[in-house]
Design a protein around this ligand. Structure first.
Ligand code: SAM
Length: 338
């Protein structure tokens, strides 16, 4: 097992398969115009599975497909099947906004995808119009239903909570999750690249969320931490939910995640200034052993604690300004793959 300078293993890899997205969520893609990664730079399925194979040989067990919106990548079940065949992956999952999930849930499940997380920030279609600039709320609900029917294990729903936007829906979302057999995870609004409208006032802390839910449901019991980054809780009736407190209570010390962008840039931290280019060696004849050596040496030197460093700042503003994001779209959350 390879560990970094803070003794954190190389455990999980998030693979962004496209930087394109069919939503424009206010907390992620609030601008009118974006700079996209050039088409020829996007890794092929063969390149992605080769890199993932090298990562798994170094200890990565959990792989999550993400984006942008991963279901915008043509023929994703084919990539899923290629990844599902790699020995050493114990958990193959995907995070999606759900818009296209109804169409693809069954073929993804048959291809070997084990788990799905669907982003669902509101139960109100008109609110989604304002928050994500889409009229397709019903498609997300259809996607969630299709995922249930397809039999994915542990269906999860991700909700980014923003003050004055959707923080009055915590109870409704927990109740919806219970009815759907899905676990809701409330995510604190993060000051990541792309969140150009971020302000500390809009962050609803995990403490506040717990207070609201306790007032409604009664005593809430923490569940043993087996599932970082989410802290998980149980309601008196047994319903469980999670909170991801990356902004007010970061978990850098146990962070075993890294991220691969669709064009092969490898990021050691969501807040990193830049990534390590794996596409160049991949396309310039590097052997698997060369790639493994580069990845291992880089991970062994890792000291990143991005979210904790952000917490230590006296004044906190968005990570990058719009001009900085346009100059290098690798800084965008939708490129880094949330
Ligand atoms: N398109 C897919 C989706 O919507 O789930 C996958 C990519 S998206 C970037 C991955 C996750 O990042 C989503 O759950 C999204 O809500 C979360 N996210 C994006 N921007 C965020 C922010 N500023 N703060 C917290 N979470 C954020």
């Amino acid at each position: 097992m390879i560990v970094d300078r803070l003794n954190r293993p190389l455990g999980s890899l998030r693979v962004s398969v496209t930087d394109r997205c069919n939503l424009r969520c206010r907390y992620c893609m609030p601008e009118q115009e974006y700079v996209w990664l050039p088409k020829q730079s996007i890794l092929t399925f063969e390149e992605i599975s080769r890199v993932v194979r090298v990562f798994t040989a170094l200890g990565v067990e959990k792989v999550r497909l993400t984006g942008g919106e991963p279901l915008l990548r043509h023929d994703l079940p084919t990539l899923t099947a290629m990844l599902a065949r790699i020995p050493g992956i114990s958990d193959l999952a995907m995070t999606t906004n759900g818009l296209l999930l109804a169409k693809h849930a069954e073929s993804l499940r048959s291809a070997g995808l084990a788990r799905v997380t669907v982003s669902l920030d509101t139960l109100r279609p008109e609110r989604m119009r304002d928050l994500a600039r889409t009229d397709r709320h019903a498609d997300v609900l259809d996607g969630i239903a299709a995922a249930r029917r397809a039999g994915f294990a542990q269906l999860k729903l991700n909700t980014v909570v923003m003050r004055g936007v959707n923080d009055d829906e915590l109870v409704d979302l927990v109740d919806f999750g219970r009815a759907q057999g899905a676990e809701v995870r409330f995510i604190e609004y993060m000051d990541v690249g792309g969140a150009t409208g971020w302000s500390a006032e809009q962050v609803v802390s995990h403490r506040e969320m717990l207070d609201v839910l306790t007032r409604h449901y009664g005593t809430i019991t923490p569940i043993r931490a087996d599932n970082a980054p989410a802290e998980r809780f149980r309601l008196p009736d047994g319903t469980t939910f999670g909170i991801i407190a990356s902004t007010t209570a970061p978990f850098c010390r146990s962070c075993d995640r890294s991220r691969l962008t669709a064009d092969g840039s490898w990021l050691l931290c969501l807040y990193a200034e830049q990534g390590i280019d794996l596409r160049a060696p991949l396309r310039n004849g590097a052997s698997d052993a060369d790639l493994a050596e580069l990845i291992a040496a880089t991970w062994q030197g890792r000291t990143d604690r991005g979210a904790e460093e952000r917490l230590g700042l006296a004044e906190r503003t968005p990570l990058f300004k719009v001009e900085g994001l346009r100059a290098d779209p690798h800084r965008e959350m939708h490129t880094r793959g949330g």
